[in-house]
Write a protein that binds this ligand. Sequence first.
Ligand code: GTP
Ligand code: MG
Length: 197
Amino acid sequence: MKIKTSEFVMSNSDVTKCPNSQLPEYAFIGRSNVGKSSLINMLTERNSLAKVSGKPGKTRLINHFLINDSWHLVDLPGYGYAKVSKKEKKTFQKYITAYFEKRQQLVNTFVLIDSRHAPQPLDLEFLEWLGKNAIPLSIVFTKTDKLKPKVLENNIIDYKTKLMETWEELPPYFTTSSAHKTGRDDILNYIHEINQS
Ligand code: GTP
Ligand code: MG
């Protein structure tokens, strides 16, 4: 799929105020600093459509982007950022949970995982929660440019092995590097195929 147009629509903390449209929606979520905003910029070939920061916790709202006038891409705040207050964490959690429970337009959730790390309980719990709530998901292993191919391969095998302890069927997965601009076509073709079906 070619991305011809991409535009920012709105930021929100209230799912009931998200765009009132029936366009299919694809959400990107993951631990704070995992590279969600960078991935969105890479996918849309825009330098600063989504705000990127070296400091974790940059994205704090539900951000809607309209792509090709035909689907929404959503940048969600990162979970697991230690430096926000307990109160703020609860607020985040509330509106992210509400987003997943109420957003009928949501077609697929891309859960981003930093390819450098061993499986983390927080990510595994989040995947589990999506699975239990029957929310379609795929995994995106990010920042692959930071690893040697063999190490990446082993890390993914470890991840799959861990998931197989609890998942009957493994979700589809992608590998990406926003720095090297790899993995773009795989994700866009996947979205295109779902939109066509
Ligand atoms: P929050 O909004 O804070 O939760 O972060 P985020 O998940 O949106 O991450 P963001 O895209 O802001 O990137 C965080 C940091 O990681 C930035 O310094 C990026 O430049 C860097 N980064 C993101 N993707 C990649 C990648 O593929 N390769 C490398 N080497 N660095 C990356
Ligand atoms: Mg972000």
